[in-house]
Ligand binder design. Structure first.
Ligand code: NAD
Length: 372
């Protein structure tokens, strides 16, 4: 018989609605699954766009995909995790397809199904209400706006107990995305110029990573002055408020012709053309921002071709979370990757305030404390 555990989880019932805390139940872990007692979960822009149905994840659903916590129970096929381990939850992937086995699990052929289907790979939900009705879950193979979450062994990343667990959840998505786009995807080089379009948590994580890579000119572009001020504090050599200043002309002036590397994290298609225009010869631009499905963008084809410029899409920072997340934790412990400066904590029942503060620009990376 399936054993069910009582949980409290934040549910989105209808498109665009507030998160509602509800008393629900979750089943025990099977096979390679692990049950995690969630300590804290980051709020990412992606939770908000799913709440608003940019992607058609079925409702009602428990979101949350930047969880950190402690292993509470393991399924019979789990080999390398044990009760009490500290883990960061990252995205789901099959571990068996050509992309997964060649070290690129972010491009797993089953990525959408395992992260956005609102159920397990067999179409079953693990969370239900007290009448036994299923609530959609397995969001990013975790649904961690909840006191307990089920993940699989391959997306629960064991981390050092020397690091403060309540800070680490965003390493599972937003922070590894920005840092990985710079370190793993574009491979930003020493003494190069780097532009971040958008200074949210993803953009600023990219900034911290560009400093680690030795970029000497780091230009932050945004429309919110307080975010640009933080970018400067964290190491941007130049900031541009694109409401007041033509960003392309200013970037070309600063870099004497165009930037070597750039990251698009605003999710706005019109920024793509500006980002490409502001690249120098053989410049590279990585896109991580996520507009609604079906969004298209325009750019000057000859400018791209004749300049030898390239654009690439990047999911979750490329690389392997099993390797990359512990590396980021180590850089943090050495004081080289101070992502904690991006964070503000909220209580679980303040989850809707966290969304509002993130939207208004007051808070960069909200983290919801789940365990009291
Ligand atoms: P965020 O909303 O905090 O940051 C976006 C920033 O863009 C904000 O600071 C905003 O002021 C700025 N911006 C908006 N319009 C602008 C404009 N016209 N010019 C300049 N700046 C502008 O979001 P975030 O958490 O940093 O996430 C960034 C994006 O990355 C989101 O779209 C999110 O969904 C996406 N994301 C993608 C992945 C991936 O794997 N590709 C992973 C995590 C997040």
């Amino acid at each position: 018989m399936t054993v069910l555990k009582d949980i409290i989880a934040a549910v989105v019932e209808t498109k665009g609605a507030d998160f509602k805390l509800q008393n629900l139940k979750i089943r025990e872990p099977r096979q390679d699954e692990v049950l995690i007692k969630i300590v804290a979960t980051g709020m990412c822009h992606t939770d908000v766009i799913i709440r608003d149905q940019y992607y058609p994840v079925p409702l009602p659903v428990v979101l949350g995909h930047e969880g950190s916590g402690i292993v509470e129970a393991v399924g019979p096929a789990v080999k390398n995790l044990k009760v009490g381990d500290h883990v960061v939850l990252s995205y789901g992937h099959c571990g068996e397809c050509a992309q997964c086995t060649s070290g690129s699990p972010a491009y797993c052929i089953d990525f959408y199904n395992r992260n956005f289907s609102g159920a397990d790979i067999d179409g079953q939900m693990a969370i239900c209400n007290h009448h036994g009705d299923g609530i959609h879950d397995h969001f990013f193979a975790q649904s961690s706006f909840s006191t307990y979450a089920l993940s699989r062994e391959n997306n629960a990343i064991k981390v050092s107990k020397a690091a403060p667990l309540e800070y680490l959840g965003p390493l599972g998505c937003g922070i590894q995305t920005g840092a990985g786009a710079v370190i793993n995807a574009m491979k930003v080089t020493p003494a190069s110029s780097f532009v971040l379009w958008g200074t949210g948590a993803v953009g600023l994580s990219a900034l911290l990573a560009a400093k680690i890579c030795g970029a000497s000119t780091i230009i932050a572009v945004d429309i919110v002055n307080s975010r640009l001020e933080l970018a400067q504090e964290l190491g941007a050599t130049h900031t541009i408020n694109s409401k007041d200043t033509d960003p392309v002309a200013r970037i070309k002036e600063i870099t004497q012709g165009g930037a070597n590397f750039a990251l698009e994290s605003t999710g706005r298609p019109e920024i793509l053309k500006q980002g490409i225009d502001a690249l120098g010869l053989q410049g590279k631009l990585a896109i991580v921002g996520a507009p609604p499905l079906g969004t298209t963008a325009e750019f000057d084809v000859n400018d791209l071709m004749l300049g030898g410029k390239s654009i690439m899409g990047v999911v979750e920072g490329n690389g392997s979370p099993k390797k990359f997340i512990p590396e980021l934790v180590e850089l943090y412990l050495q004081g080289k990757f101070p992502f904690d400066k991006l964070v503000k904590f909220y209580a679980f029942d303040e989850i809707n305030q966290a969304v509002a503060d993130s939207k208004s620009g007051i808070t960069l990376k909200p983290i919801i404390r789940i365990a009291s």
